[in-house]
Design a protein around this ligand. Structure first.
Ligand code: BES
Ligand code: ZN
Ligand code: ZN
Length: 480
């Protein structure tokens, strides 16, 4: 989709559809009186009224998009509103859409969000259908603003929207097509296109280094594991000595291993690399938006399978950190691969760590599908993260991480075991990770509930969401 920004008066814009925001209580627009009288246009959030060839406009359609109360209207609302409208319009085979941004919302944040909303709303998950003739996309989206100089904001929105769709595409790939090796190839191709340094550790290298936890998870699969490392280095560093490490869980398929999962719904476990997709997509956007601090993306990627060579419950493995872990459940594999990735991130010089992982079913029980669970050992970094999330409209909820929970991970025969009992499963998983992240300031994001939509939203197709990509990028951009 082509993205444009223009300083054209909306009425003069020749386009398939012109979206205008309709706020509750605003003066009525001339020419639409009968629709206000009929109660069709009220400005309530989510309302969309399509009027064909209204007088005074050159657009084929004007869409009055209900935006609610202006004092409550945020960039996140605009992102959703544009997504919703785009999905309605492309369903009607409209190809070119323009949006009038009212003067009081002519800021970089709103312009960027509008463009993101259009790109995110345009995305569909049916790449592998042989007949896609019924799948419709926009050709162009134009932002009409009163000010000059919003091109940069529109460009930023395009970079963020495209990166998020790239992450969604990766997370949507079926597990036979997207193996750890293929994920590494996709990351490498992106890196060479965007000018990032890329290094991929193979199984032999991981053995030399001693990544016993990651290798143990990989044992059951015929597919070799990989550790993907993507490096962004700013030309003029501006963030002091900080070096951000973004770590994403890259389990391309999670059967549970010998502690096998039930058949029902297992197919969804192709998205167990959504954290990895978010990191790889974020690195693409970071390469283009060039924040002032160095950022390294680290993706441990494996397939978790049962088999004659698979790890067993009862195995004790030595992690890269030197700590030993008794594997009580092979389905708690995410924390094993992340343990080695977190240690590795510290060793290669990352000073601040943020990981994203579809880590536990328990976080879905706790927070549902709306909020990502946020765990941290450092208030300052957690504060930065929470504001990045708020800025980007990705909902985050702080969860506890007291040392008291460590009791639940005590093993008789090793330093710790890999599950924490019946209750508080998202917390005990985080407490396990903390053992490997300390002493670096670190944030852990459990995205098991938020990385996938089981039902479509009006503004987003069913499937992977791409979260928390935008917040990753925002954290880096707003660092200094
Ligand atoms: N990938 C799963 C977590 C998951 C569950 C993600 C549901 C998305 C939806 C993870 O590897 C896992 O299996 N976790 C176990 C941990 C348990 C064995 C302690 C879980 O949550 O049941
Ligand atoms: Zn699992
Ligand atoms: Zn998993």
């Amino acid at each position: 989709m082509e993205i444009r920004s223009e300083k054209t008066a909306a009425a003069g814009m020749e386009t398939g559809a012109l979206i205008v925001l309709e706020f509750e209580g605003q003066p009525r627009r001339a020419g639409f009186e009968e629709f206000y009288d009929a109660g069709e246009i009220t400005g309530k959030p989510g309302e969309t009224t399509v009027i064909h060839r209204p007088a005074g406009y050159r657009a084929a359609r004007v869409v009055l998009a209900g935006a609610g109360k202006p004092e409550k209207f945020q960039s996140a609302d605009l992102r959703k509103l544009v997504g919703t409208t785009v999905r309605i319009l492309k369903g009607k085979s409209v190809k070119n859409v323009a949006l009038e941004i009212p003067a009081q919302f002519c800021t970089a944040r709103f312009v960027s969000a509008a463009v993101e909303g259009a790109l995110l709303g345009d995305f569909e998950c049916d790449q592998l259908k042989s007949d896609r003739s019924g799948t419709k996309f926009l050709d162009s989206f134009t932002v009409l603003a009163e000010h000059d100089g919003l091109e940069a904001a529109a460009a930023e929105g395009r970079i963020l929207g495209e990166a998020q769709n790239f992450a969604r595409e990766l997370a949507n790939e079926p597990p036979n097509r997207l193996t750890p090796t293929v994920l590494a190839e996709r990351a490498r191709a992106m890196a060479s296109q965007c000018g990032l340094a890329c290094e991929i550790l193979d199984q032999d290298r991981m053995r030399e280094l001693g990544m016993g936890a990651l290798l143990a998870v990989a044992m059951g699969s015929a597919e070799p594991p990989a550790m993907i490392i993507l490096r962004y280095t700013p030309e003029q560093p501006k963030g002091g000595s900080a070096h951000l490490g973004l770590i994403g869980k890259g389990v391309t398929f999670d059967t549970g291993g010998i502690s096998i999962k039930p058949a029902e719904g297992m197919e969804k476990m192709k998205f167990d690399m959504a954290g990895a997709a978010g990191v790889i997509g974020a690195m693409q956007a970071i390469a283009k938006l060039k924040p002032g601090i160095p950022v390294t993306g680290i993706v441990p990627t494996v397939e978790n399978m049962p088999g004659g060579r698979a790890q067993r419950p009862g195995d004790i493995v030595t992690t890269l950190s030197g700590k030993t872990v008794e594997v009580l459940n092979t389905d708690a594999e995410g924390r094993m691969i992340l343990a080695d990735a977190l240690t590795y991130a510290g060793r290669i010089g990352c000073t601040h760590l943020v990981d994203a992982a579809t880590l536990t079913g328990a976080v879905v029980v706790a927070l549902g599908t709306i909020n990502t669970g946020v765990f941290s050992n450092n208030e300052e970094l957690a504060g930065r993260w929470m504001s990045a999330g708020a800025t980007e409209g990705e909902k985050m909820w702080r969860m506890p991480l007291d040392d008291d929970y460590k009791e639940l991970l005590k093993s008789n025969v090793a330093d710790l075991h890999n599950i924490g009992g019946r209750y508080g499963g998202a917390i005990t998983a985080a407490v396990f990770l903390k053992e490997f992240a300390d002493p670096a300031p670190w944030v852990h994001l459990d995205i098991a509930g938020t990385a996938w939509l089981d039902d479509a939203k009006p503004f987003l197709a069913k499937g992977p969401t791409g979260t928390p990509l935008r917040s990753f990028v925002r954290l880096a951009l707003d660092w200094s």
